[in-house]
Design a protein around this ligand. Sequence first.
Ligand SMILES: [Zn+2]
Ligand SMILES: [Zn+2]
Length: 109
Amino acid sequence: MSIILFSFLLLGFDPLKTLDDTSHPSVKNKKFPCPNCPSAFGQKPSLTRHLKYECGQEPRFQCPYCHFRSKKTSDVYSHVRRKHVNYKVFAVDIHGELVKNLLTKTHWL
Ligand SMILES: [Zn+2]
Ligand SMILES: [Zn+2]
């Protein structure tokens, strides 16, 4: 009895879980793959945060010169430097614009 228990502790993994992991070779080292996109995470809080704030969310920052959008300003900056050479490097905050418009409306009302 105690020997069996010790064996499980020694192994430290569920054989069925290991088998399941092999079906996702691209996320082999990540224990928590996102069900909605190819992202995977080593820790559950990271996946939870991803689902809450990143996955399925509209990219917030947009290139001022084309329709390119990203969740990170740094991505937009590097995009502008690469695709729109000699243009001013900045990003449009979609949420910021939306808030400003709403404030203007309430001001007029
Ligand atoms: Zn996702
Ligand atoms: Zn662009």
